[in-house]
Design a protein around this ligand. Structure first.
Ligand code: FES
Length: 365
């Protein structure tokens, strides 16, 4: 950490720049300067597939605050959508494992409304341009290889993916190939992927190249068919004793879990854990004690509920990273929308951008 970085991250600097935080000032000077938050500049957007839900690979240069990622992890991406507040969604990183300072790629399928810019994924795929800025969390998730890619074992690895669930497996495969698993360690990799059609196949050219390479990687692509235990057993007879990573749509994952019912070798992507957890039935009232405002709990985050009442609490990232929205909850039970964890402690410091009330709740705002 540089001396300047130490100063910028110090408590004294935080106090001096309160309540907005040092990052609000730094981004005014240069959007790629940050002390705590992570932002990233779009370097390029490469279209992978077309159709109603096109897929694109977005290459990003994160700020120096990025700590790097392990292959298979995901990141929260915050985008200031036109005409609305910052919206955050999770996307798996598709590039090989990164170190601080290195670029990363996200491979994103456009979901939601067909109007460009009306969802984070559509904005990234259809609207993002080189030079645009997005907000990032640090990398999260445990859908990763437990061993370092540099560990020379010859365990067979099996990946079973469907649709855009290919991205974390691709990150792991790219890391293995980059870091020396091109057959030298004798490690066999079976990469089984299901896509709706050949036109929907993501990374088609690169997978064809890997399949043709002398690298102990078996690439098996299936277009238009669904996962079956029969096919898996034919490809990898000892699949239940083989370390397996599976990621894809829920119906496919259900079938894969059934096939591994008696096995402990299956890991499935926990991608949705970090997505916003639905707050369930909203009950009770939310009171903001300093301003005297009160309303029925809508189940939205406390930041959104405060803003709906006309309050303007300090906020920055709006994704639980910068802590600039921290406020004291005097009473009530709240839920962290990122983890689903509930807490009823009195006089608790909470980040109102990622916290929603569960019943009656009083917050010092
Ligand atoms: S606004 Fe950044 S943590 Fe809430």
């Amino acid at each position: 950490m540089s001396f300047a970085g130490t100063i910028l991250r110090s408590r004294a600097m935080a106090a001096l720049t309160s309540p907005h935080g040092v990052d609000r000032y730094l981004e005014q000077i240069n959007p790629m300067w940050a002390a705590r938050e992570v932002r990233a500049q779009v370097l390029s957007v490469h279209r992978e597939t077309g159709g109603e839900h096109p897929v694109a690979t977005i290459t990003l240069q994160p700020t120096s605050t990025w700590r790097g990622h392990r292959a298979g992890q995901y990141v929260q991406v915050g985008v200031d959508l036109p005409g609305s507040r910052r919206t955050t969604r999770c996307f798996t990183i598709s590039s090989a494992a990164s170190l601080p300072g290195e670029t990363i790629t996200l491979t994103v399928r456009a979901q939601g409304e067909a109007r460009p810019g009306q969802s984070v994924s559509r904005w990234l795929v259809e609207r993002a341009q080189p030079g645009d800025l997005v907000h990032l969390s640090q990398a999260e998730g445990d859908f990763v290889l437990e061993e370092s890619p540099a560990t020379p074992t010859n365990n067979h690895l099996l990946f079973v993916t469907g649709g855009s669930g290919i991205t974390p497996a691709m990150s792991i495969l790219r890391t293995l190939l980059r870091d020396g698993y091109d057959g030298r360690a004798g490690r066999r990799v079976t990469f089984l992927h299901y896509a709706r059609s050949a036109e929907d196949q993501i990374f088609a050219d690169e997978l064809a190249e890997i399949a043709a390479g002398d690298n102990d990687v078996d690439v098996v692509l299936r277009h238009g068919s669904v996962f079956s235990e029969f096919e898996l057993r034919r490809l990898v007879p000892a699949y239940a004793e083989t370390d397996t990573w599976a990621c894809g749509p829920a119906p496919m994952l259900d079938l894969v879990r059934e096939a591994y019912a008696d096995s402990t070798r299956l890991r499935t992507e926990l991608f949705n854990v970090a997505s916003v957890v639905p707050s369930g039935a909203a009950e009770g009232d939310v009171a903001f004690s300093r301003s005297g405002e009160q309303a029925a709990n809508t189940g939205a985050t406390l930041l959104e509920q405060a803003e709906a009442l006309g309050l303007r609490p300090t906020s920055g990232c709006r994704m639980g990273i910068c802590f600039s929205c921290t406020a004291t909850k005097s009473s009530g039970t709240v839920r962290n929308v990122l983890t689903g964890e509930e807490s009823s402690l009195p006089d608790e410091e909470i980040r109102v951008c990622v916290t929603s009330p569960v019943g009656d709740c009083v917050v010092d705002l």
